[in-house]
Design a protein around this ligand. Structure first.
Ligand code: ZN
Length: 436
């Protein structure tokens, strides 16, 4: 038995520090105790009297990927996700016809967690609609947040039974990981639940997540009203639209107090410059899911604008009911393509997108800080690591971003190898300086 396991690689990408050629990450009790050049890491461990065993990887080592928006429960609904749709309402019809038949949601969610590990994911924002699917992250010992999804409550029903039901559902979510509520969308709940859900979460120190700017009718449009919508006594976003208000869905939920640093949103496609500014002011991260947007037939997200304006961004796959796979890097590659097509030419594109798929996702869920921090490689953080079959070199990060999908070869969660291909040698050898 040695004190420390050293994971060395031809290139280590810590995200919060420059990439390290011939680098290493030392791990003890599930946490990172050292990061740097391999020879230096081994020497300083020896100086501190620690014995180390080593697993070497001839490729890239990064923090575990963070899937910042998915519904693992829908992993068995690929028949919907493999279609192509004509916009949000068209997709919802296809989704509902399969969803209403029912499935073994627990088994589907567990299969989704397995897939996430296989694609190098160590933390997930998982939105759960059926209580039987609520323990997927907990059972798979993945990090992230389980969000209980709340939708379809009218103001009257919410006051009668909704609030109590939702509080019970939230308190019943298996922990770890963290927990929270996901008010589904601005248009699928009346105003009272949208006002109260954030308070329910905040009283408990949990997290909030909402689909926002996913449907075209959420966009703002020019309108002329003598009064502000929030003084008009309206019961829902739909009533606001029916009354001719062109207020965006983002302004609507902002007025209700939904946004903030403890909230992140999914999609952010139909967002004006003003909407994006609101998100930045509230420190609310956007989880971009471009492949899901394409399947549903939406426009492409304004990734170039988010990058130029410095919006906090993360990456999600969404579920297999609207996406071909749970591989976060496939969405990262799509974001790179879209950013360039929107005129983004800065050289930081690849580094920022890899950052979005790791630290950006952790930050979206508030797990980039505190005792169980993750999303980057630094001393004290959880040892959540992913190994890619990509040769080290000057363009390695660009290659990872542009064509890293399907190339994760091992996934380590809290210091434990949870997935590995045959190419990855799981058995550590005694670490000796200068043997490589
Ligand atoms: Zn979703």
């Amino acid at each position: 038995m040695t004190d420390v396991t050293v994971y060395s690689a031809d290139l280590v990408v810590p995200i919060t520090a420059p990439a390290i050629t011939d680098g290493a990450v030392a791990v003890r009790d599930g946490r990172i105790v050292h990061v740097g050049e391999r020879s230096w890491v081994l020497r300083s461990l020896a100086d501190r009297g620690m014995t180390a065993s080593e697993i070497h990887w001839a490729g890239i080592l990064t923090p575990g990927l963070v899937n910042a928006h998915t519904h693992l429960q829908y992993t068995g609904m690929a028949e919907v996700g493999q279609g192509r749709y004509d916009g949000f309402e068209d997709w919802v019809r296809a989704f509902d016809s399969v969803y209403e038949r029912g499935r073994d949601w627990a088994a589907d969610a567990a299969a989704g967690a397995e897939q996430a590990l296989r694609f190098g994911t160590t933390a997930v924002a998982d939105v759960v609609t059926d209580s039987t699917a609520a323990s997927a992250l907990h059972d798979a010992r993945l990090h992230g947040i389980t969000y209980w999804e709340v939708m379809s409550w009218t103001n009257a029903d919410w006051a009668r039974t909704g609030r109590t039901q939702v509080e019970h559902a939230l308190d019943a979510l298996p922990m770890p990981p963290g927990s929270g509520l996901s008010p589904h969308a601005p248009y699928s709940l009346d105003i009272e639940p949208l006002l109260e859900i954030p308070d329910i979460v905040r009283e408990r120190g949990g997290r909030i997540h909402i689909h926002l700017g996913e449907a075209a009718f959420e966009s703002e449009f020019a309108h002329e009203h003598p009064q502000a919508w929030h003084t008009a006594g309206l019961a829902s976003f739909q009533e606001l639209r029916d009354a001719g208000f062109g207020t965006s869905a983002t302004e609507f939920v902002d007025q209700l107090g939904v946004l903030g640093p403890d909230c992140h949103i999914a999609h952010g496609v139909y967002m004006s410059a003003r909407d994006r500014a609101i998100l930045r002011e509230r420190r609310t991260t956007v989880a971009l899911c471009p492949r899901s947007n394409a399947v549903i037939g939406l426009e492409e997200p304004p990734i170039a604008a988010y990058l130029r304006e410095g919006s906090p961004i993360a990456v999600g796959t969404d579920s297999l009911s609207s996406s071909p796979s749970l591989d976060v890097l496939a969405d990262v590659a799509e974001l790179a393509r879209i950013a360039r097509s929107q005129g983004y030419t800065d050289r930081d594109l690849h580094a920022r997108l890899l950052g979005a798929a790791t630290l950006g996702g952790a930050h979206a869920m508030g797990i980039d800080v505190g005792p169980a921090r993750t999303g980057y490689l630094a001393v004290g953080a959880l040892a959540d690591l992913t190994f890619f079959d990509i040769p080290a070199g000057e363009d390695a990060v660009a290659e990872l971003v542009e064509s890293g999908a399907g190339r994760a070869c091992a996934t380590v969660v809290a210091g434990e190898v949870r997935y590995a291909t045959d190419a990855f040698d799981r058995s550590p050898v005694v670490a000796q300086e200068g043997t490589r």
